[in-house]
Design a protein around this ligand. Structure first.
Ligand code: PHB
Length: 395
């Protein structure tokens, strides 16, 4: 009994000391030690380049802030998630339980994100999503410790439908990989296209990351729509663009998409990509001082051109640095940390953006056309577009 009371009063004293700022030596040491940052990204498979671009962006933003977070040095941990949903929980658990990361940055693939979401909702680990757009992460399964710096899957395509109808395309075929990202991108397309007066005559799909497009392209040729809209990304997108041209559809049936179709793939796709029109929260010719500075620095550092994934990674680094500076490296000061991240205005190469109440960017969507291996910006398709955040209740 005496022992128990002693233990209780000692822990009460600990809590008291922490909240009054009189930190005991071991806690003070923990907070001045290295901050453990986990990267869970695809480094192999069709999304490998996306993972690399995101990591480049994260590191670049943090290096610009002196290479530290809230004054603390960083220890990095990396896991290749292979864009493989069945290993999502296992890989996230490696970072959270084995490596004891303070923050998990990940990932690209919506299915894998669902595994991360489960793990970080249970552990309370701070999680920054640098790409995966799965709706649930910032809707029904939103969480105070989860912040997205990219988009929801329906955000880019919500800006696409009207742009297509404005160009006179009244009948469209939709084609995608059949998984959360493609299905939710379709929701945005369906809502915006039908609202603008368009009709979707057929939805086509194939499993991720399958690239056997031939039979589906033959079907598109026989359906003769006014236009085709799609969601593909990474290596598979480059192949889709080339196969579309090789099937004789380029120049006959205009190809549209959410902008991932033409991000990071223009060297691989070559002239087959010319003329493709997409909507996206970034473009190659924004020509703002902020973006020009970023693009120059990125090209110098990594010997390649940045794309939307590099920007999302960069903004992830900016957001994390912002939060950590606000709490001076004390990642345990959760309320203050989350508050500063919720109210941040991110001075991004894409243009300034803010966080919605469900922790997803409120941002402009640009209309772009591919010209000479560039996603040339030709307009703003939607201003300050926010996701609905439907069903999000922050605990
Ligand atoms: C996703 O799975 O959420 C995803 C993957 C690649 C993209 C966009 C979304 O380019």
């Amino acid at each position: 009994m005496t022992t128990r009371r002693l233990v209780l009063s000692r822990s009460a004293a600990l809590i008291g000391a922490a909240s009054t700022g009189l930190l005991l030596p071991q806690i003070a040491r923990a907070q001045s030690g290295k901050i453990r940052v986990g990267l869970m990204l695809p480094y192999t498979g069709t999304f490998a380049q996306l993972g690399v671009a995101i990591e480049n962006g994260v590191r670049m933003a943090i290096n610009e802030k002196g290479g530290k977070l809230g004054g603390r040095d960083i220890e990095w941990f990396k896991v290749d998630d292979e864009a493989e949903p069945s290993k999502g929980v296992e890989n996230a658990t490696k970072l959270v339980q084995r490596d004891k990361v303070d923050v998990l940055i990940g990932t690209v693939h919506s299915g894998v994100q669902m595994g991360i979401q489960k793990v970080v909702r249970e552990s309370g680990t701070l999680c920054l999503i640098p790409n995966a757009g799965v709706h649930a992460a910032t809707r029904a399964l939103c969480a105070p410790n989860v912040f997205r710096t990219s988009f929801t899957n329906s955000q880019p395509t919500l800006a696409l439908g009207k742009a297509m109808v404005d160009k006179g395309h009244k009948k469209a075929v939709w084609i995608t990989w059949k998984y959360a990202a493609g299905d939710e991108a379709f929701e945005g397309f369906r809502d915006s296209y039908t609202k603008a007066g368009g009709t979707i005559i057929k939805e086509l799909g194939l499993p991720f990351p399958n690239v056997e497009f031939q039979a589906l392209l033959t079907e598109i040729a026989s359906l003769k729509p006014d236009a085709v809209a799609c969601f593909f990304a990474g290596g598979g997108a480059a192949k889709f663009i080339k196969d579309y041209a090789a099937a004789g559809l380029k120049g006959k049936i205009p190809l549209y998409g959410s902008g991932f179709l033409t991000e990071g793939v223009l060297d691989a796709a070559g002239p087959a990509a010319d003329g493709i029109i997409t909507t996206m929260h970034y473009g190659d010719s924004l020509n703002t001082p902020r973006d020009n500075k970023f693009r120059l620095e990125y090209a110098k550092t990594f010997r390649m051109q940045p794309d939307v994934y590099a920007v999302q990674g960069y903004d992830t680094g900016l957001l994390l640095a912002h939060g950590m500076a606000a709490v001076k490296g004390d990642i345990g000061a959760k309320q203050a940390l989350y508050k500063s991240m919720e109210t941040a205005v991110i001075d991004s190469p894409r243009g300034k953006w803010t966080m919605s109440p469900s922790h997803n960017p409120v941002q402009d969507m640009y209309l772009r056309v591919v010209e000479n291996k560039e996603n040339k910006v030709i307009g703003v398709a939607a201003k300050a577009l926010a996701d609905s955040g439907a069903g999000c209740k922050m605990a």
